[in-house]
Design a protein around this ligand. Sequence first.
Ligand code: SAM
Length: 289
Amino acid sequence: METEGEQLCKAARNGNVDKVKTLIESGADASYFDSDGLTPLMHAAKLGQTDVIRALLEAGAPWNALSPSNQSAGDFAMDSGHQEAFEVLVYAGIQAELILGTIARKTKKSGDSEGDYLVDRVSFSEDKLMDSDSKAVMMAWEKPLMEAHAKAVCSGGGNILNVGFGMGLVDTAIQQYGPATHTIIEAHPDVYKRMLRTGWGKKDNVKIIFGRWQDVFSQLESYDGIFFDTYGEYYEDLREFHQHLPKLLKPGGIYSFFNGLCGDNIMQRISCRKRTSPMCMGWIYHQFL
Ligand SMILES: C[S@@+](CC[C@H](N)C(=O)[O-])C[C@H]1O[C@@H](n2cnc3c(N)ncnc32)[C@H](O)[C@@H]1O
């Protein structure tokens, strides 16, 4: 005799939306894990059952649950080439993170219990930059990722902007492409001091802007390549930055960003390219690595 959870997984695989809804109405658990550690959402994602995915998400199925192999439903949809299903899951993830970000920000404003990364001390060692809670802001193993981002944003040459210096990995890589100008925004006083100590202020093509990117827009121009990688911020901030991109990025320019905000793999490394036509100000997102 199949349990309700097993029936739900089966209905999800079969794309049987009515059955999925009936089972949920009668009390089946949308976040059920079967004996293989898979949820109904993962089963639906593997087979691109987009309508079932929508119904499950509406019923509160967790979009970011992970399988024993650390894959989310979005990863399964992506690996199986189900683009529409993948997009529905990414959208659900973004929505959830935006809401959580707003709540977290409000909680922080009212209690300020988390402290503020930008006013606390940071410490540097050879292979990492740590915040005052000993959490890694940046680690040396990320160098190949940063080199790949630098390659992408410098592929058109010209004027490059990087937001967030950290260990300077991406900026070191950007310098190797000899951009006409290389602007770096950095908000942490300790990181900024270290930049000056290590000679970044003396490089001919480098302009350092000390401050939060949110506060220094008046000093910015438009760029051929932009990279964004800050710390201690929320999806909301990232979204706000993205809203400025149509002005900051020249037509045909390349934008890329790194974030460690998301609980699974599908949104970690995404870059986007601004379309060249001024009539077409959309963004094309693609998997970066
Ligand atoms: C993860 S690190 C960047 C690592 C860098 N991509 C690299 O290759 O080493 C994030 C950096 O963003 C800076 N930062 C955080 N919030 C910022 C803000 N609002 N504006 C500018 N910089 C910020 C942090 O001080 C830190 O140096």
